[in-house]
Design a protein around this ligand. Structure first.
Ligand code: 5GP
Ligand code: MN
Length: 341
């Protein structure tokens, strides 16, 4: 089997997957973790990895700082995730999924341990004893799929369901440019293993509460666009959430709504943390690279999905972000024009 690697990233290469297989073979007790506020990819990757380790007769605990988004609690392996801010002592190796820096786990006690670092985001700090990066993977779950095969673990329906969850959610339900023929090969194999895609989609997307819908209405009603109409600006503060009867957790997926408008090329969503501090999420279409915008501001992510945390007066922050995003939209358009010439 071949491994995919990105030559620009550190310590990767064709032997990385085999080194991970050997490192797992030599150990018995594992902690599997990912970034705080886990999403479908973190949860799918961690749970499928833990199930595969248990299938090999090993002990595996999934430890996350934060609870899964409410709809994902309906998936079979999610109730077994431990919510804690410490990893405990009783493990020989940590496997850390899609986490650019170890601190983003929000779980103490991993540092200084034997760590296997698996990620598909550019800019990973390479904090593991073994670091496996693949920016061509549409989800970390694709990499976990490769690893589970390399470990010779049969694809049970439970493992396959969590792999499918990771791919479904991290491709924005098969919308993002990160999708490759491999993505569909993996999905096909998960369906052959017994995954019911209708049921997974129903669990993930049709299990919300009414407060979430009202919150969507409230935030979208207040949406603004830049002068060109190509960039949408969303904003949420604690008062709006309270009035709508929703919580910040209910905003999952909201940022994608403006992209359903033909003219809109990119979206920026400001969520007030406290005072002047804002969590910023960005999404874009096609070749508009908002990952670069996020990295400029100390955050990270991919070309079409990225984020950062910023502090300052909201008007000035919005101006700065919108200007950078306009440049990204224009960069993509001049690239297209050059291509046509
Ligand atoms: P979201 O908008 O869903 O919070 O994040 C979108 C993407 O950007 C995710 O893939 C996430 O990992 C990445 N991302 C978001 N915020 C940050 C950040 O502060 N730092 C880094 N390195 N990546 C981020
Ligand atoms: Mn991911």
């Amino acid at each position: 089997m071949t491994t995919r690697s990105d030559p620009e990233w550190p310590v990767s290469g064709p032997t990385t997957l085999q080194r991970i297989v050997d490192a797992i073979g030599a150990r018995r007790r594992f902690v599997v973790s990912s970034h705080s506020r886990p999403d479908g990819d973190s949860i799918g990757s961690c749970v499928s990895m833990a199930l595969a380790l248990r299938a090999l007769g090993k002990e595996a605990r999934v430890v996350h700082k934060d609870r899964a988004p409410a709809p994902l609690l309906g998936l079979p392996g999610v109730s077994g995730i431990e919510i804690a801010d410490r990893a405990g002592d009783d493990f020989e190796a940590g496997i850390i999924m899609e986490c650019g820096e170890l601190a983003r786990t929000g779980v103490a006690g991993l540092e200084g341990r034997f760590l296997i670092n698996i990620d598909h985001h550019p800019g990973n700090a390479g904090f593991g004893q073994i670091n496996w990066f693949d920016s061509s993977a549409a989800a970390c779950g694709e990499m976990v799929f490769d690893l589970i095969r390399a470990l010779d673990v049969p694809l049970s329906v439970e493992i396959a369901t969590h792999i499918y969850l990771a791919v479904l959610t991290d491709t924005g339900s098969f919308h993002y440019s990160s999708i490759s023929p491999r993505t569909f090969d993996i999905c096909r194999l998960t369906l052959e293993a017994g995954v019911d895609p209708v049921e997974v989609a129903h669990t993930v997307y049709n299990s919300n509460n009414i407060g979430r819908l009202r919150l969507f209405g409230c935030v979208l009603n207040a949406m603004r666009t830049d002068h060109s109409g190509r960039i949408a600006i969303l904003h949420l503060d604690h008062e709006m959430a309270r009035e709508a009867g929703g919580t910040y957790d209910d905003t999952e997926g909201l940022i994608n709504e403006p992209l359903t408008v033909k003219e809109i090329q990119a979206v920026v969503f400001f969520k007030q943390i406290e005072g002047d501090e804002y969590r910023v999420s960005m999404r874009s279409k096609g070749d508009v690279d908002i990952g670069a915008v996020a990295r400029e501001l100390g955050g990270g992510g991919h070309k079409n999905a990225a984020g950062c945390t910023v502090t300052g007066p909201i008007d000035a922050l919005q101006q700065t972000l919108v200007k950078k995003m306009e440049d990204a939209v224009e960069g993509q358009e001049s690239g297209r024009a050059a291509h046509r010439r």
